[in-house]
Design a protein around this ligand. Structure first.
Ligand code: UD1
Ligand code: PEP
Length: 428
């Protein structure tokens, strides 16, 4: 397992490019299963989760061609197996996103039930209930969801008890090929849901209302291949903005979209950052000032994203003043707090709230994270900590941040990756 070594104390300064969004790329790649002809996807980020997705599709017999310049070409017509096996699903919960497309297109799916993960129990009951309302027969046995669609899925009026991003995406994909009209109420409004709907519509689907709480999908006979470029990653964008803010530096992020980040940008301004935005760029400048602590409450889009909560915990831990962070989406998303305490942060967990008392400084320590954004939080803390921090188990970070050490180096950070083999060699 690789680790990152970070020597803190450099105010970041420079510009970098933002990659395509992980959480849009995953459903879009899996949505290719719905097409009758090949689909080409551009701006696909280089991430572990993307490799896992391609392996998942490859094992089904889908033909994949990956080209650095033109993107990923997916030909679903060669599919022979409608299964997502445990060994892949356990490394990437989003594998559940093959369920809707497989059922709608091939009438059958066997998908390993994703378990809980480091941030919560994360059930998929709402995915299953929605598909059942569309006529699917679903059994859960031996750790697998075994689903068939009999005569084919039928449009339904579905009310989601809770806002769920991948739940909305799964049902939206299934409904594209169902007979009749599907209405999803209390749908997730995340930009990634909107990107998926745009892509499916480009393939010939009839989806309206994506981005609002009610989505209408009129089923069509078939979807065609298309060429689609993934939208920029708003969470990667937000993470680099916090990296500049926490180090009292400045940054220009290119190929991104400020419109998806309103709640995060407002909080950064409240923390004292000067922010300017253009059509496809954002700049942040702290003008050398220490950030001020800001209160955060996570909730579904357009509110403050849970995927930026850990990064703001790092920011608050060295900010001026005291603030609270309230997590309302996942029940256990504070795994970074204990590690941050080991770096000298004054953070106290009270139920679903972290009380943050900003410290003048953090100190380096060997730390280890158990999930993606918790790892990002530790990297951010390390950028300001006194001394050299080792962040272990960075395979979590590789799930969601393309070339993180290269991008941070480009901004002046003193960060390097120690690959497992090199470490073993030096140990030996
Ligand atoms: C691949 C992807 O896009 N991942 C994102 C997606 O995850 P994901 O789609 O898994 O998260 P959900 O939006 O489904 O989860 C929201 C809440 O709903 C609950 N729930 C969800 C489904 C269900 O059937 N039953 C149920 O109770 C979950 O436990 C959680 O408490 O949205 C999360 C919330 O913005 C983000 O943190 C993840 O980065
Ligand atoms: C929680 C996340 O991803 P996933 O849903 O893939 O676990 C995330 O991107 O922060």
């Amino acid at each position: 397992m690789d680790k990152l070594i970070i020597r803190g104390g450099v105010a970041l300064d420079g510009e970098i490019r933002i990659s395509g969004a992980k959480n849009a790329a995953l459903p879009i790649l899996m949505g290719a299963l719905l097409a009758d002809s090949p689909v080409r996807i551009g701006n696909v980020p280089h991430l572990h989760d993307i490799t896992t997705t391609l392996e998942l599709l490859g094992r089904m017999g889908v033909t994949l061609t990956v080209d650095e310049r033109s993107g990923v070409l997916i030909d679903p017509s060669t599919l022979t197996i409608t299964e997502a096996a445990y060994d892949l699903v356990k490394t990437m919960r989003a594998s559940i996103l093959v369920l809707g497309p497989l059922l709608a297109k091939f009438g059958k799916a066997d998908v390993s039930l994703p378990g809980g993960c480091a941030i919560g129990s994360r059930p998929v009951d709402l995915h299953l209930r929605g598909l059942e309302q569309m006529g699917a027969e679903i059994k859960v046995e031996n750790g697998y969801i075994r689903a068939t669609s009999g005569e084919g899925l039928k449009g339904a009026h579905i009310f989601m008890d809770q806002v769920t991003v991948t739940g909305t995406e799964n049902l939206m994909m299934a409904a594209t090929l169902a007979s009749g009209t599907t209405i999803i109420e209390n749908a997730a409004r995340e930009p990634e849901v909107v990107d998926l709907a745009k892509y499916l519509n480009q393939m010939g689907a009839k989806i309206t209302g994506a981005g609002s709480t009610t989505i209408h999908i009129e089923g069509v006979e078939k979807l065609n291949g298309t060429h689609y470029a993934i939208l920029p990653d708003r969470i990667e964008t937000g993470t680099y903005l916090v990296a500049a803010a926490i180090t009292r530096g400045r940054v220009k992020l290119k190929d991104t979209d400020a419109n998806q980040l309103e709640a995060v940008l407002l909080k950064l301004e409240e923390a004292g950052a000067k922010i300017e935005v253009g059509e496809d760029w954002i700049t942040l400048d702290m003008e050398g000032r220490r950030p001020k602590a800001v209160n955060i409450r996570t909730a579904p889009y357009p509110a403050f994203p849970t995927d930026m909560q850990a990064q703001f915990t790092a920011l608050n831990s060295i900010a001026e003043g005291q603030a609270t962070i309230v997590e309302t989406v996942f029940e256990n998303r504070f795994m970074h707090v204990q590690e941050m305490q080991r770096m000298g942060a004054n953070l106290q967990i009270e139920g679903n709230t972290v009380v943050c008392k900003g410290q003048d400084k953090l100190t380096a320590a060997p730390v280890m994270a158990t999930d993606l954004r918790a790892s990002a939080c530790l990297v951010l803390a390390a950028l300001v900590a006194e001394g050299e921090t080792q962040v272990e188990r960075i395979y979590h970070i590789d799930r969601g941040y393309e070339c993180i050490e290269e991008k941070l180096q480009q901004l002046g950070a003193r960060i390097r990756r120690i690959p497992t083999q090199a470490r073993t060699a030096s140990n030996g």
